[in-house]
Design a protein around this ligand. Structure first.
Ligand code: ZN
Length: 151
């Protein structure tokens, strides 16, 4: 079923290109309770993640910055997925996403829904940093804040 696999791959690329060109939740958040900046010098990706945390839940999350299609799409889909989630759910999702793109677990992405489109980046170590930068930045905003670099 090579054709089927090819179609699936194209679909994944379309999802990433769509979010890369038209990122969701791409704006700043003056009322944010948490924020952090992330920088990936290998690619030049820069993101700032803003969150509004209330009662242990991510009431709102959004981002600004300029990154490649993979980084922007990852941030866009991350914010869509994590809005209204509890901090525990966000942490679990981050760990699963990280395992998927770093290839620690072959089927780690099976329950990640749309995020599974990023499973392919595990074959491109440079791209793993693009995909994970928004997540590391979000995690930093929830813990110590400050600036994250992938180096
Ligand atoms: Zn990048």
């Amino acid at each position: 079923m090579m054709d089927g696999f090819g179609d699936l791959k194209d679909l994944y690329q379309q999802v990433i290109l769509d979010h890369g060109r038209n990122p969701r939740n791409f704006h700043d958040l003056p009322e944010a309770s948490n924020r952090a900046d992330g920088y990936n010098p290998l690619c030049g990706d820069q993101v700032t993640v803003f969150c509004l945390i209330e009662d242990g839940h991510i009431k709102d999350v959004c981002f600004t910055g300029k990154g490649c299609a993979i980084c922007t799409a990852s941030a866009s889909m991350m914010t869509q997925l994590l809005k209204k989630k509890s901090l525990e759910e966000a942490q679990t999702t981050f760990e699963r996403f990280h395992s998927m793109v770093t290839g620690d677990e072959a089927d780690a992405g099976s329950d990640l829904g749309k995020l599974s489109v990023f499973a392919g980046v595990r074959n491109y170590p440079m791209r793993v940093k693009c995909a994970t930068l928004p997540w590391h930045t979000l995690q930093s905003s929830l813990t110590e804040g400050g600036v994250v670099t992938t180096e």
